[in-house]
Ligand binder design. Structure first.
Ligand code: BGC
Length: 404
């Protein structure tokens, strides 16, 4: 028989997205430049892929259709939303802030409020203005001041609408992809650069968090990507300990004192041993369309370790690429089951934001991975189509309980 699993009163329910992945037309971003670079286009063609499918272009046209999307979220019983502002659209040239764009973002924030949504606003989600990237981006210590100048202006301008600040999205993944694996611009494979970048991102977060704390009421966090790691085979424990330190703890431990809450993104579960990375298939995990192993138990393990910091936790991302919408409902419910279980064991989880509200631009993969509660029909003027799983999630949001 199914049980009713109640969530704490005032629990926040909603979905997340980022500026670059949804807005469209962010021509001043380093990502845009990279998408249109000859090097990238040639690399895609060499793989037999058509570069056309990999330009962010108009994305979801959220920049113009934000009110429609927030209205849909409201109809789906969401009471919270996470979205971002795009630095490269705001500060197109060093020191030049576009007032018209800021006015526009104000409209977006007002619309979110009008639709009854608690706002989590992200200041930096993977992308940089081209001019900032050309100066060396976050790999140079002196460049942190550019970010701080932008962030301070944004906080002063928008704080009346923002309930939670998210300073930097997934500094671990950003650094990994841009400085070690090289799949994100500036496409480096350089450990020293990675270390410098990480430490500058830490400084950027700590400084802006301190500034917000001294001047404004809304709580602040990063969006931390935390991975559930399981030992596998010979020396598994040892390998997991080391990898866990670098992947989960290094940044967290250096920024946690500058967080009022912990923002958690959870997607990944890996099996590690001295022989390296074990494939999910070997462990019989079901896979998402992106080939990521589904392991909802992992969110409990992650939450139980975060519990020790004694801070409120908001899940800022958790989601599945599932074009057929065959597994999304179960994915959400299974994760919520383990979140509920963690709350029962003392983890102070206060909100869940599914990734993502709409299908969007999935970075180096283009548009094919479909994470959205709402489908974007790219063959029909970006028409929004609410998926079945979105309706099932809407029931949970409305009831504030999960039947499981
Ligand atoms: C990122 C998102 C991304 C999602 C799915 C997260 O780590 O913050 O930008 O779309 O993963 O890949």
């Amino acid at each position: 028989m199914k049980k009713i699993l109640k969530f704490p009163e005032g629990f926040l329910w909603g979905a997340a997205g980022s500026a670059y992945q949804t807005e469209g037309g962010n021509t001043n971003a380093d990502w845009w430049a990279w998408e249109h670079s000859q090097k990238r286009e040639m690399a895609l063609k060499a793989k037999g892929l058509d570069p056309k499918g990999f330009y962010s272009g108009e994305a979801c046209d959220f920049y113009n259709r934000f009110d429609e999307d927030f209205s849909l979220a409201q109809h789906l019983n969401h009471n919270a939303s996470r979205f971002g502002i795009e630095w490269s659209r705001i500060e197109t040239k060093e020191g030049v802030f576009d007032e018209a764009v800021l006015d526009y973002y104000e409209k977006i924030l007002q619309s979110a409020k009008y639709h009854g949504l608690t706002v989590f606003l992200t200041l930096h989600h993977y992308t940089n203005p081209i001019w900032f990237a050309k100066l060396g981006g976050f790999s140079k210590k002196q460049n942190v001041d550019y970010f701080l100048r932008y962030a301070k202006k944004m906080v002063a301008r928008f704080s009346q609408y923002v309930d939670f600040w998210v300073t930097i999205n997934e500094p671990e993944l950003y650094t990994m992809q841009s400085c070690i694996v090289g799949t994100f611009p500036p496409q480096k494979k350089n450990l020293i650069l990675a270390l410098k970048t990480v430490n500058n991102l830490i400084k950027a977060h700590n400084d802006i968090s301190q500034y917000i704390g001294q001047n404004y009421p809304a709580p602040v966090s990063m969006a931390y990507n935390q991975v559930d790691l399981e030992p596998s085979g010979f020396l598994g424990e040892f390998v997991v300990r080391i990898v866990r330190y670098f992947v989960n703890s290094y940044i967290l431990l250096r920024t946690i004192n500058y967080c009022d809450y912990i923002g958690l993104n959870y997607y990944f579960h890996h099996h590690l041993g001295i022989l390296g990375f074990r494939k999910h298939s070997a462990h019989k995990h079901e896979l998402t369309d992106r080939g990521w192993g589904i392991h909802p138990e992992g969110i409990e393990a992650v939450l139980m370790s975060l519990k020790n910091f004694g801070k409120p936790i908001y899940i800022l991302e958790n989601g599945i690429a599932d074009a057929k919408d065959a597994r999304r409902e179960k994915y959400i419910k299974d994760h919520l089951y383990y979140i509920h279980k963690s709350i029962a064991q003392g983890a102070d989880v206060r909100g869940y934001l599914y990734w993502s509200l709409t299908d969007n631009f999935e970075w180096e993969e283009g548009f094919w991975p479909r994470f959205g509660l709402i489908e974007i029909d790219r063959n029909d003027l970006l028409r929004r189509k609410v998926r079945y799983s979105a309706l099932k999630y809407a029931e949970i949001c409305k009831n504030n309980y999960l039947e499981y």
